[in-house]
Write a protein that binds this ligand. Structure first.
Ligand code: GLN
Length: 540
C-alpha cells in the first residue's frame, strides 16, 4: 500500500444531469465519515474562464468560495455535504486551461515547440488535478469531469485522466455514472445505453472500475450481472443509484450499496473503521419529521429555473431541519409583482426573501414586496441586491428621498443611496472583477444579527460592485434603519436592520454560500425561527 493521495475520476455517460456532483459528494461524505480527508474537484468543459459571466439561465447559480473564486454550483454541494471549504483549485474550466497555456506560450515557456492539445493542454489539466493532492492535506481527491463521455469538449479531459491513471496506477480509479432507463411499454429496465457508454469510454482507453447506475426501479441481481459481464467490472462494482426524495439521502443509499467499500478495495486502502453517519442521519430524521410547515416567498427574476437560487433553497432545508419545520418556498417572479397585486401574491406567506441579482429587470417588483413586508411586519431577509432594494424602499417611502435608487440602474439618481464602490470605478472588464470572496464584518451588539451569530466578529462571502452610500447613514439611522454590521477595514455597511419590526434584515453578503448540513447558517436559522414565531399573525 502506498501513502500517496488517491485520485478518483468520475465520468458521466448516456445523458447529462444524472447527478455526478451528488454521487461525488456522497462518496466523499462516506470516505470522510470513515476518518479520511477528502476534497472534490469539478472540471468544466466550457470555454468561459469561470461561470461568473454566465447568465443563471445557462448554468444555474454561480457559487463563490472564500478565496473569491466564481465557480460551478456543484462546489456548493461539495461544501454542504463535507462542511469543508473549497477554493479556486476545486473548479477548472477549459477557458482557464487554455488561458494559462496561451499565457505560457506568450512568455516563451514552451521554448519554440508547437503548442498542442496533447501534450500541452493535457499536461495543464493533469497539473490542475494534482495541485490539490500535492498540498498534502487530502488522502482522496475526487475529480468530477463535467459533460457526457463522447462530447467533443470533454475529450482532452478524458485523455488527461487516461494518462494519469497510467502514471498513478493503483493510486487512481474510474467511476462511471450511467442511466438504466425503464421502458414502460415493455416494463423492462434496459442496459444497452450503459453498454454503449462504456464502449465509448473504452475507445478512449478508459476502463471504468465502478459503474453507478441511475435508475427509477431497483436493479436485480441478474441485471447487475449482465452489466458487469458486458462492461468488464466486478458484480459488486455495479452500484444502483435509485431516485431519492432528497439529495441528502444519497450518502445513505450509497452506503447501503457499499460504494465506499468497493472504492477502498479498488484503491488498496484497507479501512477498519465503519462509516459514522450518525449526525447525518439525525439531520435526515429532523428533516423528514417536521412539526409544521411554514411558507416563505422567494422573490427573484430567475424563479423559472430553481437552480439559479440553489444555495438559498438548500439553506432553508438546513435551517428548516434545525428548527424542525418544513420550509415551503413560494417562488415569485419579481417582474409580475406590482402595487395592485402585491397583497394577493404574498397572501398566506409568513416570511419573505428577496434574492440577489443584477440589472433593472424586476427591481420595482422587489421594492414593492419589501414595502409590503415592512408595513405588514412580515419577517424579511434581503440578500445582496435584496438588501440594496430594502435600502431603496426605505429611502423612498420612509425618508421621502425623491428618486432614490442604486446607480447600477439609475446613474443620474438625485439620491444615490446605493452607489458603485470606489475601487470599482476604474474597472472595465466584467470577468472576476467584482468584490468577491470572504471579508470580515463587525456586528453591533444590539442587533438581530449579533444574537443570531452569538459573536461580533464574522466573515462572509461577497459578490457585488455596489454598496450602501454612507453619506445617507445618519438619516437612515435616525429614521430606524440601522447598520448592524460594518466592515472594520473599509467601513462598508454589510448588514441593515429595522429595529421596529419583528425581523427585518438585509445582508450585503451571501450567507447561503456558507450554510451546510453540519452548520446551518445563523442568519437563515434566525430568520426561520422568526417566521415560526410570527406565524400566528398570518391570516388563515
Ligand atoms: N447588482 C448588485 C451589485 O453588483 C448586487 C449583486 C448581487 O446581488 N450579488 O452590487
Amino acid at each position: 500500500m502506498s501513502n500517496s493521495t488517491k485520485y478518483i475520476f468520475v465520468t458521466g455517460g448516456v445523458t447529462s444531469s444524472l447527478g455526478k456532483g451528488i454521487i461525488s459528494a456522497s462518496l466523499a461524505k462516506l470516505l470522510q465519515s470513515r476518518g479520511f480527508s477528502v476534497t472534490i474537484q469539478k472540471l468544466d468543459p466550457y470555454i468561459n474562464v469561470d461561470p461568473g459571466t454566465l447568465n443563471p439561465y445557462e448554468h444555474g447559480e454561480c457559487f463563490v468560495t472564500d478565496d473569491g473564486a466564481e465557480t460551478d454550483l456543484d462546489l456548493g454541494h461539495y461544501e454542504r455535504f463535507l462542511n469543508v471549504p473549497t477554493s479556486q483549485a476545486n473548479n477548472v474550466t477549459t477557458g482557464r486551461i487554455y488561458q494559462s497555456v496561451i499565457d505560457k506560450e506568450r512568455r516563451g515557456e514552451y521554448l519554440g515547440k508547437t503548442v498542442q492539445i496533447i501534450p500541452h493542454i493535457t499536461d495543464e489539466i493533469k497539473e490542475r488535478i494534482q495541485i490539490l493532492g500535492k498540498k498534502g492535506t487530502y488522502e482522496f481527491v475526487i475529480t468530477e469531469i463535467g459533460g457526457t463521455v463522447g462530447d467533443i469538449e470533454s475529450l482532452p479531459y478524458i485523455e488527461a485522466v487516461r494518462q494519469l491513471k497510467w502514471e498513478l496506477n493503483e493510486d487512481a480509479m474510474f467511476i462511471h455514472l450511467t442511466l438504466v432507463p425503464f421502458l414502460s411499454a415493455s416494463g423492462e429496465l434496459k442496459t444497452k445505453p450503459t453498454q454503449h457508454s462504456v464502449k465509448t469510454l473504452l475507445e478512449y482507453g478508459v476502463q471504468p472500475d465502478v459503474l453507478v447506475c441511475r435508475t427509477e426501479h431497483h436493479l436485480n441481481k441478474e441485471l447487475r450481472n449482465k452489466i458487469a459481464r458486458f462492461c468488464n467490472v466486478d458484480q459488486d462494482a455495479v452500484i444502483e443509484s435509485i431516485d431519492a426524495k432528497s439529495i441528502y439521502e444519497v450518502p445513505v443509499l450509497m452506503k447501503e450499496e457499499k460504494l465506499d467499500e468497493v472504492v477502498l478495495r479498488k484503491l488498496s486502502m484497507p479501512s477498519t473503521v465503519e462509516p459514522d453517519l450518525s449526525n447525518w442521519s439525525l439531520f435526515l430524521e429532523k428533516w423528514s419529521n417536521p412539526k409544521k410547515t411554514v411558507r416563505i416567498g422567494l422573490v427573484g427574476k430567475y424563479v423559472e429555473l430553481k437552480d439559479s437560487y440553489k444555495s438559498i433553497a438548500e439553506s432553508f432545508i438546513h435551517a428548516g431541519a434545525a428548527n424542525q419545520v418544513k420550509v415551503e418556498l413560494r417562488w415569485i417572479h419579481s417582474e409580475k409583482l406590482n402595487e395592485e397585486n402585491v397583497g394577493v401574491m404574498l397572501d398566506g406567506l409568513s416570511g419573505l426573501l428577496v434574492a440577489p441579482g443584477f440589472g433593472s429587470r424586476g427591481i420595482e417588483g422587489k421594492i414593492c414586496a419589501i414595502k409590503h413586508a415592512r408595513e405588514y411586519r412580515i419577517p424579511f431577509l434581503g440578500i445582496c441586491l435584496g438588501m440594496q432594494c430594502a435600502v431603496i424602499e426605505f429611502a423612498r417611502n420612509v425618508l421621502n428621498l425623491k428618486g432614490a435608487h442604486t446607480t447600477e440602474i439609475d446613474p443620474d439618481s438625485p439620491n444615490p443611496v446605493i452607489d458603485l464602490m470606489d475601487d470599482q470605478k476604474s474597472i472595465t472588464d466584467k470577468g472576476g472583477t467584482m468584490r468577491l470572496g470572504a471579508y470580515p464584518c463587525e456586528l453591533n451588539k444590539d442587533s438581530v444579527a449579533y444574537h443570531a451569530y452569538g459573536r461580533s466578529e464574522i466573515s462572509e462571502r461577497h459578490r457585488h460592485r455596489y454598496e450602501f452610500n454612507n453619506d445617507y447613514l445618519s438619516a437612515f439611522e435616525e429614521a430606524g434603519m440601522s447598520a448592524a454590521g460594518i466592515n472594520p477595514l473599509s467601513g462598508l455597511v454589510e448588514i441593515i436592520e429595522i429595529k421596529d419590526h419583528p425581523w427585518f434584515v438585509g445582508v450585503q453578503f451571501h450567507p447561503e454560500y456558507k450554510s451546510t448540513v453540519a452548520m446551518p447558517h445563523p442568519i437563515f436559522n434566525s430568520f426561520v425561527k422568526a417566521v415560526v414565531n410570527e406565524e400566528h399573525l398570518v391570516k388563515a
